[in-house]
Design a protein around this ligand. Structure first.
Ligand code: FES
Length: 422
C-alpha cells in the first residue's frame, strides 16, 4: 500500500458558501448543497479566507518532508474482526497523509483486522522505541470507533523527540505498540444535547473531529456547529475532509477563524455566529491560552458550564535529556535540591524548579509520561516528603491528592523531595 499526502476520501470537495453577514457584522451562514464558493466579505467560512502574507506569528521552522518514507507491503490477514486489545495486538502503519506542512495523519491497522474500540475524543498511548529507549506518548484519535483502521494525527513539536521521530522515521508496514486508550473528554461519557458547538484550534481539532465524524456516521440528527481556529488556511488540518463532510451532511456546519486574516476568537464572534449558544453543548480542545479565552467567553455569556467540556492537548516539548536538570556534587551554580527515589536507588542533586517528570525519566525511573500535559494521568506518582508545585491535578481524586499523589508532568521540584511510583 502506498503512502499518500491527500485525504483518503474519493469525493470531490465541494465549493462552499461564505459566511453571510448581517448589518451589524457577523451573522449565521446557511449551507445550500450546491453553492459555489464566493470570497467572503469577512474572513469567516470554510475555505473562504486566504492566508495573510504579514503573519504576526513566526513561521515554524519544522516541516514534514514531502518525500515520504519507504513503502513496505502490508499483509492483513482475512479473518473475522475482533475487538482490539491494545496490550496484545500491535499496530501496523498502513498510511501516512500530510495534513499541513507540520502535521501528519498516521493510519494503523492490526494484523488480525481488529475493530478499534474507543470513545470518540479519546487518545491512545504509544510506546515508541528510539535508540534503545522506549518513550511513551499519548496521541488523540481522529478516526471513528468500530472501524478496522485507527487514525492518529500528530503535529511536529519544536525540539520534540517522539512526534518528530515518528514523522521522520515511521514507515508503511512498521509496527508500534500501544498501551491503552483513555480520556474523559469524549462524547460517550459527556452527556450532550442534540445541538453541539465543537470548538478547536490547531492540532486540538483531532479529538473533536473524531466526535463530529462519529455523530455523523451514526446518522445522528445532532445539529453540529464546528468552529476551528488556525493561523491561516495553510495550517488548517482536515480542511478537505471538513469540506466533504459539510457537503454530505446538512446538519454539519463549519466556520474557520484564521488568525492572520480574521483575528482571534472573541465574545463578539461567538455570540454573533452562535446566537443559540445556550442551547448547545460545547466540546473544546486546543492550546491552553485559546481554551482559557473560550472558557472566559462562555462564562461571560452566562453559558451553563455543565454543558461545557474541554481538554487541553497542547503538544509539550519532549524530554531532550537535559543534562542541566541534574547537578553533580560540585557543579551546583544554580539553586539545587535533592531528589530521592528509594525504590530505584536514586539520590541526586537536581535543579530547583525542574520538571519532576523529566528528572525521573533522566534518572532511570520507569514512569510513563504519555500526554505530558496533565491530562492522561499516566505519570501519577507519590511525593512522600517534600514540596512540588503543580499546575494540574486533573485526573487525581481528592483522596489521592490528600495522600500526596501528583502528576509528575505538571509538577516542578521546589525543595528536597522523596518520590515513589505508587
Ligand atoms: S503524562 Fe499525562 S498526565 Fe502526566
Amino acid at each position: 500500500m502506498s503512502s499518500s499526502n491527500t485525504p483518503s476520501s474519493t469525493l470531490t470537495p465541494p465549493a462552499l458558501k461564505p459566511l453571510k453577514l448581517n448589518s451589524s457584522g457577523l451573522g449565521k451562514t446557511t449551507k445550500p448543497a450546491t453553492s459555489k464558493l464566493t470570497p467572503p466579505k469577512l474572513n469567516f467560512a470554510l475555505g473562504g479566507s486566504k492566508s495573510s502574507g504579514s503573519s504576526k506569528l513566526a513561521t515554524p521552522k519544522l516541516s514534514f518532508s514531502l518525500g515520504e518514507t519507504a513503502v513496505k507491503p502490508v499483509v492483513i490477514k482475512n479473518v473475522t474482526p475482533t475487538t482490539w486489545s491494545p496490550t496484545t495486538t500491535s499496530l501496523v502503519l498502513v498510511k501516512r497523509e500530510l495534513e499541513t506542512h507540520d502535521s501528519m495523519s498516521f493510519t494503523f491497522a492490526a494484523a488480525d483486522q481488529t475493530l478499534f474500540d474507543f470513545k470518540p475524543g479519546q487518545f491512545v498511548t504509544l510506546a515508541v522505541k528510539i535508540e534503545d529507549k522506549t518513550h511513551y506518548r499519548a496521541y488523540s484519535i481522529s478516526s471513528v470507533p468500530q472501524q478496522k483502521q485507527l487514525r492518529l494525527t500528530i503535529k511536529r513539536v519544536p525540539d520534540g523527540l517522539v512526534s518528530n521521530w515518528l514523522a521522520d522515521n515511521l514507515a508503511i508496514g512498521d509496527n508500534l505498540s500501544a498501551l491503552n486508550i483513555a480520556g474523559q473528554f469524549n462524547s460517550s461519557d459527556c452527556q450532550h444535547k442534540a445541538k453541539l458547538l465543537l470548538v478547536s484550534a490547531g492540532c486540538g481539532i483531532t479529538p473533536v473531529m473524531s466526535i463530529a465524524k462519529t455523530l455523523l456516521a451514526q446518522d445522528s440528527d445532532a445539529d453540529i456547529e464546528f468552529l476551528h481556529c488556525a493561523r491561516d488556511k495553510d495550517n488548517v488540518i482536515f480542511h478537505a475532509e471538513m469540506q466533504t463532510l459539510t457537503a454530505q451532511h446538512s446538519n454539519f456546519k463549519v466556520q474557520l477563524l484564521l488568525e492572520n486574516s480574521d483575528g482571534i476568537v472573541s465574545k463578539n464572534v461567538i455570540q454573533q455566529l452562535y446566537p443559540d449558544l445556550q442551547d448547545r453543548t460545547i466540546f473544546l480542545c486546543g492550546p491552553v491560552g485559546f481554551m482559557k479565552a473560550v472558557e472566559n467567553i462562555a462564562q461571560e455569556s452566562d453559558f451553563d458550564m455543565a454543558n461545557f467540556f474541554q481538554e487541553s492537548f497542547t503538544p509539550a516539548a519532549d524530554n531532550k535529556q537535559q543534562d542541566n536538570l541534574s547537578l553533580d556534587a560540585s557543579g551546583a551554580s544554580t539553586a539545587s535540591v535533592m531528589l530521592y527515589v528509594p525504590d530505584f536507588a536514586v539520590e541526586k542533586k537536581v535543579v530547583q524548579g525542574a520538571s519532576l517528570l523529566e528528572l525521573l525519566e533522566n534518572n532511570g525511573v520507569p514512569i510513563i509520561g504519555a500526554c505530558r500535559a496533565g491530562v492522561c494521568g499516566s505519570c501519577k506518582c507519590k511525593v512522600t516528603s517534600g514540596e512540588v508545585k503543580s499546575t494540574s491535578s486533573e485526573t487525581l481524586t481528592a483522596a489521592e491528592i490528600e495522600q500526596g499523589f501528583v502528576l509528575a508532568c505538571s509538577s516542578t521540584v521546589e525543595g528536597d523531595i522523596t518520590v515513589a511510583l505508587s
